[in-house]
Ligand binder design. Structure first.
Ligand SMILES: [Zn+2]
Length: 442
């Protein structure tokens, strides 16, 4: 736009508002412009004038006191005197760009805050004790975390923590298991007080030797392997000697592995990411929803998944959901001589297609894929050759419940150094909250 036209238009706007002597409506303003410009008034000119009016507003000369009303600011003459010789349009562009930069910085700061909060929650959950069947401590931690994020919480007969958000609409059961793999002392050697043990969930014999475990009473034990052994669980024992007299933790005590969490760049390394990271995804999705959903959601933090999906069975039988979604970890195909699997760390949320316990209905799979496509969420398809999740138990409740699974790609499963990618976790949170925030038509 040539400078003369811009200047004369600015003078025209100021003149019209000054003549009116009071705020005028958009329509009246346009009529005045038309009257003054006569036959020359065009749509493109109208757009230019409204841009200039915005510029005058951003430098503080005109105001928008009520919706649809425009007028000169009381100190408009002073502002115009200050702006004497200054290009009002350029001043407006500079102010606008500063505001935009400010909002981009605010958005980046907010993302960083959210990520820091997510990592803090992850650390809290992975370092809380809770082997299968003994979830009381982790349940209380999660209950504190979700207290303000749901409409109602309760605990069922098996120990599942059930959190309702919203009512009416489709009933969706979202399951993340809060138990972790562990073990239980079942025999004490008479001389040494060494403990023999059985497994609570799938222990990997190749990772036991030298690992530390903590019993419910707080005692710390060291797992050792007898010479020449290592294939069978009966080759291992736990050293719990407290003193020379052989005082030690008694049999019947459950134990969980000990290991602090570490963050390495974009990666989280910790024990029990299976499935505390699934619990984090569920909690962060609840936070995003902020109790607003057209659906009836039951976020269930299940018990005893690692010993046979037991919590998910009773939860589904009690809730009669229309749809089931499990949030759990899955393997990755990016390890040396690892399994042949397309899922990799950093590739986004893994949408399950199949595992030995679940053939995901096409409608559920497509519902998830379409959400990712629409929202620009990175995703990958998961075909898991071994293992299954709570979703395979939920699908068999009542007369059948269409069920799917959002998986977090994970390396070194069932070791004390499970590893996930922060971007994948965020993608899972985006996908779950996106699915649940709008009405569901399948
Ligand atoms: Zn799991």
């Amino acid at each position: 736009m040539p400078a003369t036209t811009r200047d004369s238009s600015i003078q025209l706007i100021i003149g019209i508002l000054r003549d009116a002597g009071e705020p005028i409506s958009n329509r009246r303003f346009d009529d005045e412009v038309r009257r003054i410009l006569g036959g020359d008034y065009k749509q493109s000119q109208h757009i230019r004038i409204s841009n200039l009016r915005t510029a005058l507003r951003s430098v503080g000369v005109v105001s928008h006191p009520r919706r649809g009303l425009w007028g000169l600011m009381p100190d408009a003459d002073e502002r115009l005197a200050e702006l004497e010789g200054v290009n009002i349009w350029q001043a407006h562009i500079r102010i606008r760009d500063e505001k935009r930069r400010g909002s981009e910085e605010r958005a980046a700061a907010e993302t960083a805050n959210q990520q820091a909060a997510m990592l803090k929650l992850t650390r809290k959950l992975v370092e809380t004790w809770g082997p299968s069947g003994y979830e009381h401590r982790i349940r209380e931690r999660i209950r504190e975390e979700v207290a303000d994020l749901c409409d109602e919480t309760r605990v069922d007969g098996l120990g599942n923590l059930i959190c309702r958000v919203g009512s009416g609409g489709k009933k969706v059961l979202i399951a993340a298991h809060m138990d972790e793999i562990g073990l239980m002392a079942n025999y004490q050697e008479p001389e040494s007080s060494y403990l023999r043990f059985t497994n609570l969930g799938g222990l990997r014999q190749d990772t036991l030797n030298g690992n530390r475990v903590q019993f419910e009473d707080g005692a710390v034990g060291v797992i050792a392997v007898q010479q020449g052994g290592g294939k069978a669980l009966s080759d291992f024992y736990i050293d719990v000697q407290a003193d020379r007299d052989g005082n030690a933790t008694p049999v019947g005590q459950p134990a969980a592995f000990m290991r602090e969490m570490q963050v390495r760049g974009e990666r989280i390394v910790a024990k029990s990411l299976d499935d505390r990271i699934g619990c984090v995804v569920a909690i962060e999705a609840m936070r995003r929803l902020n109790r607003q959903t057209p659906n009836e959601l039951y976020f269930v933090f299940t018990v005893q998944e690692e010993v046979g999906l037991r919590g998910a069975k009773t939860a589904a039988q009690g809730l009669h959901p229309d749809i089931g979604i499990a949030i759990d970890v899955t393997g990755s195909g990016d390890q040396i001589r690892g399994q042949k699997m397309l899922v990799k760390l950093g590739g986004g949320a893994a949408i399950k297609v199949h595992d030995p316990g679940l053939v995901v209905p096409v409608a559920i799979k497509n519902w998830m894929i379409e959400r990712c496509e629409a929202d620009g969420i990175p995703y990958q398809l998961e075909l898991l050759a071994g293992g299954t999740t709570d979703a395979s138990a939920i699908q068999l409740a009542d007369a059948g419940v269409p069920s799917g699974c959002i998986s977090i790609p994970t390396r070194y499963l069932h070791t004390t150094s499970e590893t996930v990618d922060i971007g994948d976790v965020q993608a899972c949170i985006d996908l779950l909250s996106g699915l649940l925030s709008s009405a569901i038509e399948l």
